[in-house]
Design a protein around this ligand. Structure first.
Ligand code: ADP
Ligand code: MG
Length: 212
């Protein structure tokens, strides 16, 4: 068995067989670097270019940890834009196919709050959203993050460029301290280091080239 094969990882069998179905056999470099520590429960900062497979890196981490029979929000993924949140949710749904009844909800701005509140009342395991709208739901008390054990900051550099620092602070202050936090970014400016220092516990830094 190759050590770059997904089958070398301690993933749930249903995730591994679904990866086979999807045609994902070999890990990309960022997946090889980040998945072993992610699966150990360590906080990870991952730097890799667009198209390098970062979604599956954190997605397999959060799906492997997920307890589908506990119907509460266990993972929160923050993305800079609605388009990226939709892409992440689509990839997470593909990766989750082997696990029955995993509910993934997107919460982004630019759509009415009412239907989102209705969806939240029906419950979800994973929420993918943009910082402004997540903050909005928290301030209205329509979103409960008290059971979240995995926080993902995807495209963290772009979220900071877009001025979401205050929203991130607000959201993280309302989450359980005992959680795993993953941060992915294409670039690594000083601000990312500050975010890692304030939101993460002794994060492991991993870096990989764009090639698959
Ligand atoms: P990033 O977030 O780094 O920009 P994505 O997570 O969107 O990259 O992945 C880019 C593409 O690569 C997606 O179409 C995804 O389905 C595919 N992909 C990711 N990991 C693998 C893999 N190990 N094997 C084959 N395809 C993969
Ligand atoms: Mg991405």
């Amino acid at each position: 068995m190759s050590e770059t094969a997904f089958s070398s990882l301690a993933l749930k069998p249903e995730l591994l067989s679904n990866l086979e179905t999807l045609g994902y056999h070999e890990m990309t470099p960022i997946q090889q670097e980040s998945l072993p520590p992610i699966l150990l429960g360590v906080d990870v900062v991952g730097q890799a270019k667009t198209g390098s497979g970062k979604t599956a890196a954190f997605g397999l981490g959060l799906l492997n940890k997920l307890r589908a029979k506990r119907f509460c929000i266990q993972s929160l993924v923050l993305c800079p834009t609605r388009e990226l949140a939709d892409q992440v949710a689509t990839e997470l749904r593909r990766l989750a196919r082997g696990i029955p009844n995993v509910k993934i909800l997107t919460l982004c701005g630019g759509t009415p709050l009412g239907p989102q509140v209705g969806s939240l009342e029906h419950g979800a395991h994973i929420v993918v959203g943009t910082p402004g709208r997540i903050q909005d739901h928290l301030s209205r008390e329509t979103l409960d993050l008290s059971e979240v054990n995995m926080l993902v900051l995807d495209e963290a550099d772009r979220m900071l460029e877009m001025g979401f620092q205050a929203e991130l602070d607000y959201i993280v202050a309302r989450m359980p301290e005992h959680r795993q936090t993953l941060l992915f970014s294409a670039t690594f400016p000083d601000e990312i280091q500050k975010v890692a220092d304030s939101f993460m516990l002794r994060p492991k830094m991993v870096k990989a080239a764009a090639t698959k």
